[in-house]
Ligand binder design. Structure first.
Ligand SMILES: Cc1cc2nc3c(=O)[nH]c(=O)nc-3n(C[C@H](O)[C@H](O)[C@H](O)COP(=O)(O)OP(=O)(O)OC[C@H]3O[C@@H](n4cnc5c(N)ncnc54)[C@H](O)[C@@H]3O)c2cc1C
Length: 230
């Protein structure tokens, strides 16, 4: 996955889960095409400069061209044209008792921005109804999430359940699955992370969530293949 940060003036604001239509201007023929990307970051709380953090899977068009442009270089400045924000979840997820954020691969940009927003609100302890958050992510290999590890650890410390599904070439025995009881200190929230092999069984997750939770529940995710959020 490739990461691009676009620094914007302070008046540029977006909400978690929204996307922008981006044109990268100095990349030859690709400068004529526009591409939607969900912003993985959330705007700063104190009104400073905001970085639109884009994280994307590399395909064969502009994404490949950008990968080739930065390969072997720590960073490269690009001119971009940005249109948006658009879309977002149909309702604010912080108004539900139980929140399930489900994504595969680069779909994590959508759920990570929602998680970042929830974590900020949990830290401020205001405007938030939910008491239970599950972050479910399917990735080919655990290396692909190293860029967000600190944030996932921060979310875990607040009691968010992180459920990682690894779909290719991974030895479960090498992973130390954290024991929620062992990490629990007095009245601090329990730290939970599970790692499973293979794709998550979404119908089973929904079924289990409906059976075990009392109160309102939001299940949010994004499929770039289907071009839809749910
Ligand atoms: C609302 C929305 C948000 C998205 N957010 C992200 C994100 O955060 N991270 C991420 O990795 N991907 C995201 N995508 C998908 C991303 O836009 C495409 O993967 C990207 O445009 C492919 O560019 P490419 O030229 O390298 O593709 P190509 O190699 O030409 O094609 C690869 C795939 O991307 C599709 N695609 C190509 N151009 C577009 C386009 N302009 N609009 C939509 N699909 C296109 C093609 O149909 C094909 O399935 C999002 C898509 C949508 C609709």
């Amino acid at each position: 996955m490739l990461q691009v940060n676009i620094t914007t003036p302070p008046h540029v604001k977006w909400a978690a889960g929204q996307h922008y239509i981006i044109r990268f201007l100095n990349v030859g023929i690709h400068a004529f095409s526009s591409h939607p990307f969900t912003v993985a970051s959330i705007p700063s709380a104190n009104g400073g400069k905001n970085d639109l953090e884009l994280v994307f899977a590399v395909h064969g068009g502009i994404t490949k061209r950008l990968k080739d442009a930065v390969e072997g270089k720590p960073s490269k400045a690009l001119k971009v044209w940005v249109d948006g924000p658009y879309g977002g979840p149909p309702a604010p997820v912080n108004q539900y008792d139980h929140v399930y954020l489900v994504a595969g691969g680069s779909g994590v940009t959508f759920t990570l921005s929602l998680l970042r927003d929830l974590v900020r609100q949990m830290n401020n302890a205001k405007g938030i109804k939910c008491s239970h958050v599950e972050f479910i992510l399917a990735v080919k290999s655990p290396d692909t999430i190293s860029w967000m590890e600190n944030e996932l650890a921060g979310a875990r410390d607040l009691g968010v359940n992180i459920r990682l599904h690894v779909t290719q070439g991974y030895d479960l025995n090498e992973e130390k699955t954290e024991d929620p009881e062992a990490e629990s200190i007095d009245d601090k929230p329990k730290v939970t992370q599970t790692v499973a092999l293979g794709r998550p069984d979404i119908p089973a997750i929904v079924h289990q969530a409906c059976r075990s939770n009392i109160g309102s529940m939001a299940i949010a995710g994004w499929s770039y293949r289907l071009g839809m959020s749910f």
